[in-house]
Design a protein. Structure first.
Ligand SMILES: [Zn+2]
Ligand SMILES: [Zn+2]
Ligand SMILES: [Zn+2]
Ligand SMILES: [Zn+2]
Lengths: 133, 133
DNA sequence: ATCTTCATGACAACGATTCTCATTCCCGAG
DNA sequence: CTCGGGAATGAGAATCGTTGTCATGAAGAT
């Protein structure tokens, strides 16, 4: 009864290394398909399914952050660990990690005031960066 | 050259009235398909395509708020006008509209500090409400 | 080297959303 | 009121991101 019935190992395969390497190359958020392209462009061949699976595993392990496009598409990015939010350029995708202790407290307080427990939140800032002026 | 080339009318049809009515009945965020079901349950027959189109039109006109599930599904809700955010129950969908002037200022400031212009943001708080304790 | 098990990938399947287009029916001009 | 043009509808096909299937390949323990 050790709960989840999913593998516990995490083997280091050529494919996983390729995806990780691609994620290091890029600075902004990318879709799974874009990452698949990047991996390919770097000369590594990895199946699209595997890219999706790897990205999901990395997200579960908090090795990448995920955010959703207005259209619902998932975008991934290698981020520093720890809770933070993003300031993202709408045009070029350039991303800055930001922290806001005040916001964190505000959100928790609002939730508590209304009797909500087990609180979490999402917060992203979008704009146009200087180079995209 | 009056810009957009999309219809300018907005005819009041039975279908649009039905969707609007359904939106009044519900308090939390619902998917287009759920709203389609609710409309049907109320005795009005409206095509799914029309529900989607109507909801989109209402969103464009700021008559409903839209938010995205973790899985990327769009949820709609009739909201008060004006900028605000939501505290949403993960289980039952109960929603409370919240405002946070401090957060608004913080977000704009962060963006400005990094040279970003034309700033916007998304912010939602999730939790489990009392009745879902 | 061998074996167990997880990982891979080509392809099918899925589900939400959008598109197509023939038909319906608002609604304002006459 | 009645017509006619054009917006609105809806059934079904098409899209597209994502997930499932399953036979085959390859880590890694022994
Ligand atoms: Zn930019
Ligand atoms: Zn936070
Ligand atoms: Zn609840
Ligand atoms: Zn705000």
């Amino acid at each position: 009864m050790t709960s989840t019935d999913r593998p516990v190992s995490a083997r280091t395969t050529r494919q996983r290394r390729a995806v990780s390497a691609a994620l290091v190359d890029i600075t902004g958020f990318c879709s799974a398909q874009e990452i698949h392209e990047i991996v390919k462009r770097r000369g590594d061949a990895v199946g699209l399914s595997t890219v999706y699976r790897t990205l999901q595993a990395m997200a579960d392990a908090d090795e990448v952050d995920v955010l959703r496009t207005d259209e619902g598409e998932a975008l991934y990015r290698r981020c520093s660990s720890g809770h933070h939010h993003h300031l993202v350029c709408r045009d070029c995708g350039r991303t800055v990690e930001v922290e806001g202790p005040t916001v964190e407290r505000w959100a928790d307080r609002v939730a508590a005031d209304h009797g909500f427990a087990d609180v979490s939140h999402t917060l992203e800032i979008f704009g146009r960066c200087e180079s995209c002026g």
